[in-house]
Design a binder for this molecule. Sequence first.
Ligand SMILES: Nc1ncnc2c1ncn2[C@@H]1O[C@H](COP(=O)(O)OP(=O)(O)OP(=O)(O)O)[C@@H](O)[C@H]1O
Length: 258
Amino acid sequence: MGDPHPKLEAHALTRTFGRAAKAVHALGPVDLKIAPGEFTCVVGPSGCGKSTLLRIAAGILRPSGGKLTIRTRAQRPAAMIFQDYGIYDWKTVQANVRFGLDIQRVPREEADARATHWLSRMGLADFADAYPAALSGGMRQRVAIARALAVEPEILLMDEPFAALDAQLRTILQDELLALTQATRTTTLFITHSLEEAIVLGDRVLVMSARPGRVIAERRPPFTRPRTGEVRATGEFTALKSELWQLLRDEVGTEAAA
Ligand SMILES: Nc1ncnc2c1ncn2[C@@H]1O[C@H](COP(=O)(O)OP(=O)(O)OP(=O)(O)O)[C@@H](O)[C@H]1O
């Protein structure tokens, strides 16, 4: 039997920035449970608190109220991937991928072996000694993904990881991430502006309201796993996309009117 406990659980989570008259109520209250191995996508209007939620999950930001708990078994932390890749320009590709393992004090030889494994899995074996400046945007994002997965995180937190990429590359990386996460069954919280991305990748798509962001709807894309990017061509995909867009459009409208 699988682990019955949620991997990530948020209860009455809120976050406010600033004080008194200038306070911005950015998030919540949010209640959320993510099961082990589940891929959860979050969509919502701009500024509704999606990144705030992720930063709280990553432990970078404290909540103002409520609680967010991540249940991890070992010293395997949550790994985070950002839109701007978050890789270091002064380290080689290999050293970037090894970075999280170095922090965990994984012995050098093992760390190098794991970095090499993930680089080759992401099609970057030939670029191990290169510096990020020599790479395209898509390759830099692959480095960030390799670095995150090399630590074998129990939870993967992704904040619009493909937003800076062109449409074709974005589709390719979506399909790669889909195959990878289906193979590893890593519990993932994934934030995106793209409904397509959310439907292709997610076991669940959560729709957030305009700020302060709350979860106002939840849909489960009706595709069995393992699935491939071919689901994009189905009628169910199109129907769910327009349903989600309808929900989101109402919220974007609320925001614009406010
Ligand atoms: N450090 C901060 N100080 C003050 N306000 C902040 C801070 N971080 C976020 N905010 C505000 O909180 C709200 C939510 O921001 P957040 O970045 O979480 O939204 P988002 O949904 O991720 O936005 P987007 O989709 O545009 O990336 C916004 O109004 C933002 O201006």
